[in-house]
Design a binder for this molecule. Structure first.
Ligand code: GRG
Length: 290
């Protein structure tokens, strides 16, 4: 496990360093906006989605360097969503990644623009990658846009916000988790597998893994919101929210996490002998305290 953790650290460092190259500041008038983007981008995110992308790439023989733009793009989308999520008219959170939320430092106007700039940049970096063939770029960006839009993060966030004060059915909670959280996990694995020219059945298996890992990740997030500690988590906790734990209780939620993990691990048995990192990623995420 220690060796595996060292590998994940190596991937995280690669993403951290590469991200810095993708946010150049060519215009002094934009200094504050660029500073606001970098403030949240480089404030200690776990880089889970790009790490998953790099693991999948490795399984199909794609070197990290070839997935640089995609891995960074996934993290930019995720960070853009966090900045937006924290805004007062959304989740209204004061702390993110252990620091005051972006809008509390730079203002809501700048934070909103930082989120949009980062999201747009996410598509640009893939489209302008000289090492990715044009047909691959188009499919990847199409999947990323789908993952963010109405049928993805935006849809999940909308349902989460608009139905937060109603009694949610299991199906609606599942909709929120799959769209708001799991969809970006799915895209992280599926796009890397596509670049690695994986077979259809392998892509499906990775999607099942990612959807279940993403759902487990979100339920665990809800559990940590209830049982965790704000300092360790590095973000504002909303224990009173109508999240999975409030609806189903701690015991049921822990069972649901376990069930999703079993499904995730079941799906990747197909890659027997090549799936050690995916198993380790599951374990690492389930043991997390932040
Ligand atoms: C602007 C891209 C964009 C989307 C608009 C605001 C919104 C729609 C969606 C919000 C989605 C959201 C914040 C989901 C929560 C997902 C989640 C569990 C976040 C925590 O992820 P970690 O633990 O965080 O990986 P770190 O800080 O480690 O990166």
């Amino acid at each position: 496990m220690e060796k595996m953790m060292a590998e994940f650290h190596r991937m995280k460092d690669f993403v951290d360093q590469s991200l810095a190259q993708y946010i150049p500041n060519r215009e002094p008038l934009l200094n504050v906006l660029v500073e606001s983007i970098n403030y949240t981008l480089h404030s200690g995110g776990k880089r889970v989605r790009p790490i998953f992308c790099l693991i999948v790439g490795e399984m199909f023989g794609v070197p990290m360097e070839r997935l640089k733009s995609l891995a960074c793009s996934l993290e930019m989308i995720h960070t853009a969503s966090l900045i937006m999520d924290d805004l007062p008219h959304m989740d209204d959170a004061a702390v993110r990644r252990g620091r005051p939320a972006n809008h509390l430092v730079y203002g809501q106007d700048v934070a909103s623009l930082a989120s949009i700039a980062l999201l747009t940049r996410a598509y640009e970096v893939v489209l302008s990658d000289p090492d990715l063939p044009a047909d691959k770029k188009v499919r990847v960006v199409q999947q990323l846009a789908d993952t963010v839009g109405l049928d993805g993060l935006v849809g999940g966030q909308f349902v989460d916000l608009k139905y937060a004060n109603e009694t949610l059915s299991k199906a609606v909670v599942e909709y929120i988790h799959i769209h708001k959280t799991a969809s970006l996990f799915v895209a992280s694995g599926a796009t890397a597998a596509f670049i690695g020219e994986a077979e259809e059945v392998q892509v499906r298996a990775l999607e099942t893994y990612a959807e279940n890992l993403g759902s487990a990740f979100q339920i665990l997030d809800d559990l940590l919101n209830t049982e965790g500690n704000e300092q360790e988590m590095g973000k504002s906790l909303h224990s009173d929210e109508r999240n999975y734990v409030v609806l189903h209780g701690v015991t049921e939620s822990k069972k649901a996490v376990q069930k999703h993990i079993e499904k995730a691990l079941g799906a990747i048995s197909l890659f027997d002998g090549k799936n050690a990192k995916l198993i380790a990623l599951c374990k690492m995420l389930m043991n997390r305290r932040s």
